[in-house]
Design a protein around this ligand. Structure first.
Ligand SMILES: *Cc1c(COP(=O)(O)O)cnc(C)c1O
Length: 298
């Protein structure tokens, strides 16, 4: 049911050769770097936990992965989010719809009360709890390094099997949990990422909270602001898809464009780790569609 180790495929983009590690194929609902980051919880005995709490965006990839994890484990999933917009409530779609189908229990709070609600939730978990878990936004947790170490081991085995010497591993960053732990677990490789959310200094600070900043980690800049719609990003999404692989619309086009610019600086082979999140494309494509039909695409 889970496709592990995830396969590696050759891929061409903007006239260059790459390899792609297909972490998106691990499982239809529970995949990508969220699967890796939640690995430790996946291996907890089901009877140890009754209830899992988390919080964040209403179309979050982490939300869907945690919902799938809980459904599989028989755990109740309680998710705190800001009040759901009317159109989405009437017509649930994307990750939100799939998470509801997996029995996610939604706690909606007014946007003005959201920060306080998250703080209250966090303070309940200052002392470890016997039967419930709090998984922070984005699945960013200190146990994430366990799952990323498994990913690193799969990459190492593939690299050895293919007889590859010099390897650069590429993956986009939000919190930097994946790229940071990957750099720490693969000291023999360079890890290249992009600060998709915030600027490189902010990303360094985020990673610095988890670990000493790895020396083999390169953070590329991007002109794109997270979540904004841009023709160039949509075009890149379609170019990647035409090349044979569907990627997510939020992180991957930003990473691929930065990578294409940087490619000539890299010697040896490049492995792009697909970070998943394709389930969110339905709602992102709908946003692009609405913008085009309202005549305000830029
Ligand atoms: C969550 C996510 C990321 C960011 O991962 P971090 O470990 O927070 O840096 C990148 N790509 C996709 C598709 C994601 O869903």
């Amino acid at each position: 049911m889970y496709r592990l180790p995830s396969p590696v495929e050759p891929f061409a983009f903007a006239g260059e050769r790459y390899y792609v590690k297909r972490d998106d194929l691990i499982h239809p609902l529970y995949s990508g770097n969220k699967f890796r980051k939640l690995h430790a919880f996946f291996h907890l005995p089901s009877e140890r936990i009754e209830r899992v709490y988390s919080y964040g965006g209403i179309q979050s990839n982490a939300m869907l992965s945690i919902a799938a994890l809980c459904a599989e484990k028989g755990w109740t999933f309680d998710y705190t989010a800001k009040t759901v917009p009317g159109h989405l409530r009437r017509h649930p779609m994307g990750n939100f719809q799939q998470a509801l189908q997996l029995d996610m229990q939604l706690t909606e709070v007014h946007p003005m009360q959201y920060d306080a609600a998250v703080k209250a939730l966090q303070s309940r978990f200052i002392m470890p709890s016997e039967s419930s878990l709090l998984i922070p936004q984005g699945g960013a947790n200190t146990l994430a390094h366990q799952g990323i170490a498994v990913l690193a081991e799969e990459i190492r085995a593939w690299k050895t099997g293919e007889g590859i010497g010099l390897l650069t591993v590429v993956t986009p960053s939000g919190t930097g949990t994946t790229a940071g732990y990957l750099a720490a677990a693969l000291p023999e490789c360079r890890i290249v990422t992009v600060a998709a959310v915030g600027d490189p200094a902010y990303l360094q600070e985020q990673i610095g909270r988890l670990m000493p900043l790895p020396e083999n980690l390169t953070i590329l800049p991007t002109p794109y602001r997270f979540g904004r719609l841009h023709d160039a990003l949509l075009k890149t999404y379609h170019a990647l898809k035409d090349g044979g692989i569907e990627f997510d619309l939020l992180y991957a086009p930003v990473m691929w464009l930065a990578l294409a610019d940087y490619r000539k600086e890299i010697d040896g082979e490049v492995l792009y780790v697909h970070s998943g999140g394709v389930g969110g494309n339905e709602t992102m494509l709908a946003r692009y569609h609405r913008q085009v039909s309202s005549g305000s695409a830029h």
